[in-house]
Design a protein around this ligand. Structure first.
Ligand code: ADP
Ligand code: MG
Length: 719
């Protein structure tokens, strides 16, 4: 046990904590009744709305069309009645500004009326609100004098009730736009990209002679996170300010025993997980999986996939709930990508596919030949999209936090490539060679669409964990996304580049069908062969962590954008602007504003962290070291005392000198945000690491009694 008084108190408190009295027990509950209880679902709408209004609303939900104001009044009144019955006193438009977080402004239903009050909620209040938008980042899209921003109900995502400690709020999922209609949030482009994808997918399906309903992108995000005891957390200013530790010597026991992954979930953690899941169930979030992750104190939660826009809203809510419920259980939930150096970081695997009524999952290999031709077509479109926009995909996962994780031998490298698995890869190789594929199982030569393609295994076999973008049987898994990210950014990029790829494929295929005088199969073979020959370089089935891959990728001309300042300019690259404008997802101005905001946020993050490194170094660690050295003076004559004192003083000098260098660098501001980003990346981050190295060395020699920060050991293993 630590002999430092503050740490000792925290540890004693943890050791003697009584068991949390749970307010519920799943064994005594009917999950059926809890599930979706707080959601204004289609079912509830149907029960509470006049038939014609329900039909109109359902149509809006399915097609994303606008609800007229007369209908909106009726819907609002029904939602209000339901919300009041559930005990809600307030309503809020919830939106997702470019900070990557969730924003909401609450109003009460109740207004004075005579001697009492009246609950009010108009169609207008449901459909649109005008939060003062001046304090949200807009990257030059608005000046403050025209700071109006509007939130508009996203009818495709249901309204829900969020239960607080002592009251409930009706929440309305919205998109956030400027008065000119420019997207100020992450939701608007996501919705636009879903429409683009639907349109383009239909073009291709029509050529296959298929009729389908709305083709929707789907997403199943796997969320990794840490749970740390709050008593220790609050002794670490780095953790509570930045969400990641800026100091900390390597613990005696880290994750090398490999006894964490899928290990038994500790009781206190399990109780916290169950309560989080219960809150998720109430909101209709289909949480499916929970388990221990690789690092000590690291866990994962994953839902069943849903349509991408709903999955997005649910993912944002899941992050909110993880943090809230953790606090109730005396934990802090860390969503940062790399809270602890030398310990596994956290990602958010974004599983992505597309499909719809009548055609099912378009990235699922079928058993019949024509289904496989269709599957290979959509698969080829993905390959083309990812190859053409590898830099943009990298940029969609770029942040100061994720830079510490990507390429750190536990997460995919910054080089974007696609893993297909041996079987699918073999098929692709053959299509590339001849436009036809032969089954490795049956041996015969096959032609796309007419003869039989090899039956592709649903399970892609050995899952390659080192690939940033892996085919996993019926979907692609984008693994480079950071744990704290909104999935909206990566999903918007995937949908948009896929839509564009499908459009191009439809163009080429139509032209080729004409050239082949209507021979569809021959035309398809030519088109797929061309795509795979041109873009096959993005496929890599080997070890993404290896040095050889870095060399090989360079040979293939693949981008290796190691850091955020390297990656963000891809957002305004010519190829990005073209594809986003062509697909009507984001205009050049909207893209420019995003690049600016993300660059600024990167600089801000590193500046804050570096200031904190200085503060902690100067006011906590250096004084601790010097005090210890002073207290060693009486024993300086002894051999061990003298040696120790010398060592402490020497390391303290290192610490002081590195702090001086860091402060000097922080003072050197550049002219523009890109200059500042480079400076932060190339100069400030390395200087922070120097301070850390000196401090971590001190942590290993200074008496425990003097060291103010809880150790990695304590943070990761005490609960
Ligand atoms: P893991 O990657 O940990 O092995 P799974 O492969 O079982 O886990 O699934 C991971 C996630 O992929 C889950 O959230 C699941 O819902 C999601 N998923 C499955 N099918 C699809 C799909 N068609 N589209 C999007 N996500 C999907
Ligand atoms: Mg996964």
């Amino acid at each position: 046990m630590s002999t430092n008084p503050a740490r000792r108190n925290a540890i004693e408190s943890i050791a003697s904590q009584p068991r949390l009295q749970s307010t519920f027990d799943f064994r005594n509950e009917k999950i059926d009744l809890i599930y979706g209880q707080n959601v204004f679902s289609l079912e509830k709408m149907e029960k509470r709305l006049p038939k014609d209004i329900f039909k109109a609303l359902k149509n809006c939900i399915e097609s994303g069309a606008k609800l007229d104001s007369a209908a909106a009044d009726v819907v609002a009144s029904a939602i209000k009645d339901w919300a009041l019955e559930c005990g809600a006193t307030h309503y809020a438009h919830v939106f997702h500004p470019l900070t990557g977080s969730t924003a909401e402004k609450h109003d009460t239903f109740f207004e004075p009326h005579g001697t009492g009050t009246l609950a009010q909620f108009s169609g207008k209040a449901l459909i649109q609100a005008e939060p003062d938008a001046s304090s949200f980042p807009n990257g030059g899209l608005r000046s403050t004098f025209e700071a109006r921003g509007y939130t508009a109900w996203d009818v495709t995502s249901p309204a829900y009730i969020f239960d607080g400690e002592n009251g409930s709020t009706l929440c309305i999922p919205t998109a956030f736009v400027s008065w000119k209609g420019e997207a100020l949030d992450k939701k608007t482009p996501l919705l636009r990209s879903m429409h683009a994808l639907n349109k383009a997918a239909h073009r291709v399906l029509e050529l296959f002679g298929k009729k389908a309903g709305f083709i929707s992108a789907s997403c199943g995000p796997e969320q990794e996170y840490f749970l740390i005891d709050s008593r220790l957390f609050y002794l670490r200013p780095d953790l509570y300010t930045c969400g990641r530790s800026l100091f900390g010597a390597k613990p005696a026991k880290g994750q090398e025993f490999e006894d964490q992954y899928f290990g038994t979930i500790p009781d206190r953690v399990l109780a916290c997980m169950m309560e989080t899941e219960r809150e998720c169930f109430k909101l209709g979030i289909p949480i499916k999986t929970r388990h221990n992750e690789v690092a000590p104190a690291q866990f994962e939660v994953a839902p069943i996939f849903e349509s991408a826009n709903v999955a997005h809203d649910h993912q944002m809510l899941t992050m909110t709930l993880l943090k809230r419920v953790a606090a109730k259980h005396g934990f802090v939930c860390l969503l940062a990508e790399k809270p602890f150096a030398g310990v596994n970081g956290s990602g958010k695997h974004v599983n992505w596919s597309l499909g719809g009524a009548g055609v099912g999952n378009l990235l699922e290999p079928g058993s019949a030949p024509h289904e496989n031709a269709q599957f290979l077509t959509f698969c080829s479109a993905v390959i083309r999209a990812v190859d053409l926009h590898q830099g943009l995909l990298r940029a969609s996962v770029a942040s100061a936090g994720n830079d510490h994780r990507l390429g750190a031998n536990e997460a995919p490298p910054a080089i974007i490539s696609i893993y297909l698995g041996d079987m699918l890869n073999e098929v692709i190789e053959q299509v590339k060679k001849s436009g036809s594929a032969s089954s490795s199982r049956k041996g015969g030569t096959m032609t796309l669409g007419v003869d039989t393609l090899p039956v592709l295994p649903k399970d892609a076999g050995d899952r390659n964990r080192t690939s940033p973008f892996a085919f996993t049987g019926n979907k692609f898994e984008f693994r480079a996304v950071g744990s704290s990210f909104s999935v909206a950014g990566p999903l918007t990029v995937l949908n948009t580049i896929m839509a564009d790829s499908l459009d191009k494929l439809a163009d080429d295929l139509s032209a080729e069908i004409k050239a082949e005088k209507g021979n569809f199969n021959a035309a398809l073979q030519t088109v797929l062969k061309n795509i795979l020959t041109k873009h096959g370089r993005i496929i890599f089935n080997g070890n993404g962590y290896s040095e050889e891959w870095h060399k090989e990728a360079a040979k293939r001309g693949l981008k290796n954008l190691r850091t955020t300042p390297d990656a963000l300019p891809e957002i305004v690259a010519k190829s990005t602007i073209e594809v986003f404008e062509r697909q009507n997802v984001l205009s050049k101005e909207e893209l420019v504003s995003r690049e600016e905001i993300y660059t600024h946020s990167y600089v801000l993050t590193i500046n804050t962290e570096s200031k904190l490194v200085s503060d902690i170094g100067r006011t906590l660690l250096l004084p601790a070291a010097l005090k210890y050295a002073a207290d060693l003076t009486p024993v300086a004559d002894s051999k061990s005392g003298g040696k120790l004192r010398k060592e402490v003083i020497s390391l303290a000098e290192d610490l002081a000198a590195s702090l001086d260098s860091l402060d000097k660098l922080r003072g050197e501001s550049k002219d523009d945000s890109h200059g500042n980003a480079r400076h932060a990346c190339d100069k400030i981050l390395p200087a922070m690491l120097k301070v850390r190295a000196a401090a971590d060395a001190l942590e290993e020699v200074v008496s425990d009694e003097y060291w103010p920060l809880p150790s990695y050991q304590e943070l990761l293993f005490l609960r």
